[in-house]
Design a protein around this ligand. Sequence first.
Ligand SMILES: [Zn+2]
Length: 299
Amino acid sequence: MSHSPLVHALGSATHAYEQPTGGWFLNNAGWVTGSESTLVVDTLATEARTAALLAAVRAESGHDGAQLMAAITHWHGDHAHGANQIHDAGGTTVTTGHSAAMIAAGPHLFEQVFAFDGWGDVTPPKIDFVVSEPTTYDLGGVTVDLLPVPWVAHTEGDLVVHVPSDGVLFTGDLVFVGVVPLVMAGTAAGWIQALDWLPTLEHRHLVPGHGPMQGADSTAIADLREYLSWLLDVTAVDSPDFAALDAQARERWAAWSEHERHAVNLIKTHADQHGRVADVPTMAMAMLKPFGGPIKLDI
Ligand SMILES: [Zn+2]
């Protein structure tokens, strides 16, 4: 593996597992440990990456087997692919209903879009528990709140994990930092609504789905909100100049990686605002155009 993750201790019970910023399928994860069990928040894209994450979880927590539970923030493969390893080890899995259905229909490798043969065993895990409303888990001396987003935001069925005692908020892909967010499976309008809700969950540490850890002074939510609002503004007209807007976004958000996502985000948001269904092959082609073929993954 060419990219080394960082482990951050956030409070007495919570750890974040930060992968490098930028690059498809390089997400963050983490875990919360009580006296009886450990909740792992998200897994990683490949068998090998998840194995490394779980080795860190086991070493730090001393928990294994049935003491492990995976909470999957949404169905995207970077977050969900490794959960079968927790299930196979005797642990359990929990996510929202739509995410569970999408995970069961996976693994989602998007082979037309990504050139990669290093996934390893990413067999979809059995999902043991589905949450449809705020649910508190007691891990032994520490509680975590699993908070489903009841509307479509980054995806349908996003889940946020809040650890009130450590002031930690795992946002899943509701927050991207330093990386262009991907609206393809969600809506900009619903996502903004979720961003307006996140600050009401008291936190000192925010663990984004992608990008570096954030503290209380973070502007990540405001920055992302500004981008999503721009998408809504510029696609409100019937026939926007997509190429010009794509160029404008690349310049304005030059510091963010994965610029190819602007094209998809513009098409999807335009379709959403005009009551149309965005055609997935069209979105995929727009995204691949700069590459002249599938995106080669380096994970
Ligand atoms: Zn995602």
